[in-house]
Structure formats: C-alpha cells, structure tokens
Write a new protein. Structure first.
Length: 226
C-alpha cells in the first residue's frame, strides 16, 4: 500500500476544471491507474484534496493505492506544479503487520456522515451527530474508538467529549459522465483514535470509510502518537 502526494498547477485550465468537480478529478487520476482502453478498477485508489496548500500555494492531493501509478498517463500538460513526491510504503512506515489493540494514532478523514431515510442518504448537520457517526463507524465496523478529552464529573459539570475536531462542512457537487448530478455532504475530521481490533483497522486503512470515495472521501490517514 503506497501513499503519494501531488501538487497541482492552478495556472492549468484542466486543474481548475477538476477542482470544481471532484468526480472529474477522480476521472483524471484514474488515467494513472489504468491503460487508456480499460476502465479504472473500483477500489484502485483513495484520494483526498488537502485543506492546506504548499509553500507556493499549490493545492495538494493525497492518493493511496495498492499499486504504483504511472503519472505520465494523465497526459495533461502542466497539470502538475512539479514532479510528484516519492511514494511512501505505508505497510513499512506504519508497521501495519505489527499493529495492536491500544495503539493510538493522530488521524485525518474527509467523509460523508449521513443517515438513510426513505431510501435517501441525508447528511448529518449537527456536530454531536457527526461525532456519534464516526464513533459508531469505528466501534462497529472499523476496529477503533475515539478517546475522550475529559471524563464526566457531576460536580464540575463536565462530560466526556471525544478527541476530534470537525471542519470544512461542505456540499460536494459533481456531474457523472451520463450527466447525472451528484450532491454529497462532507466534513473533515482531525483527531486521535485508538485501535481496538487490528485486523478490522487494517481493512479500514486499506479500503476507506463511508460513501463517496470517487469524490475524494473515505481516505483514513494516520500517524502514530509517540
């Protein structure tokens, strides 16, 4: 499993087009993961547009993949601001084969916290509902929990809050190749998590969390807490 970082050239018309439509950005990235005459396989990669730009104000994208991509196949002149950063082997960097219950990591995740009602997915707009969604996903499916910053104290009037910060609430809008419009609510989670089931957690790192992966959602990035 490899992690890549790309720096995009805002002076490029195709970059501005892709940044305005995450589905189109995914389609552009797909070229690096499949020959021109074949469709990009589902799950070939996860990606996320980072909130921070680099020193030259270029937008940055993180891509996680099982295979090393062939970036020249994107075949767009000046799409990249500079050469991609060297790929990072995450299996080695994170010592994934040796992960154990109780380990803590700082994490980042852009995701679609939502609930289903009458066959439709509705975004969760309240902070406490978004936190509860992530906690439920971690505990029931993905092998982690969210440590508390404070414990309940009836005398002091404090109560438990998980160590997570939520920002960049936004409605992603995109258009598929058949012209069908897509609207997906998304937020950015940053915080600390604790592994409870290493096997399930490794699957979460590899396959992502939640819906909307073609729109740049679901990539769980972690670094160990020393």
């Amino acid at each position: 499993m490899f992690l890549h970082r790309l720096h995009l050239n805002l002076r490029c018309r195709e970059v501005r087009r892709d940044l305005a439509d995450p589905y189109q950005l995914h389609a552009t990235l797909c070229r690096a993961f499949s020959p021109e005459d074949k469709r990009c396989l589902p799950g070939a990669f996860l990606w996320r547009l980072e909130p921070e730009t680099d020193a030259s104000s270029a937008p940055r994208i993180l891509i996680q993949s099982r295979e090393i991509p062939d970036w020249p196949r994107i075949n767009l002149s000046n799409w990249l601001e500079r050469d991609p950063d060297p790929a990072v082997n995450l299996v080695e960097r994170l010592k994934m084969d040796a992960m154990r219950a109780g380990q803590r990591y700082r994490f980042r995740l852009r995701a679609n916290p939502a609930t289903s009602k009458n066959g439709k997915r509705l975004g969760l707009l309240k902070l406490e509902d978004q936190e509860a969604w992530l906690l439920r996903k971690g505990q029931k499916q993905h092998g982690f929990t969210l440590p508390c910053l404070t414990a309940f104290d009836a005398y002091e009037g404090t109560e438990a809050r998980v160590d997570v910060r939520i920002s960049q609430e936004q409605m992603l809008r995109a258009r598929q190749h058949d012209g069908n419009g897509i609207r997906v609510f998304s937020v950015l989670f940053d915080g600390t998590l604790e592994v409870t089931e290493p096997d399930a957690f490794r699957v979460a790192l590899t396959s992502g969390i939640g819906h909307g992966k073609a729109l740049g959602l679901g990539l769980l990035s972690v670094i160990p807490v020393s």
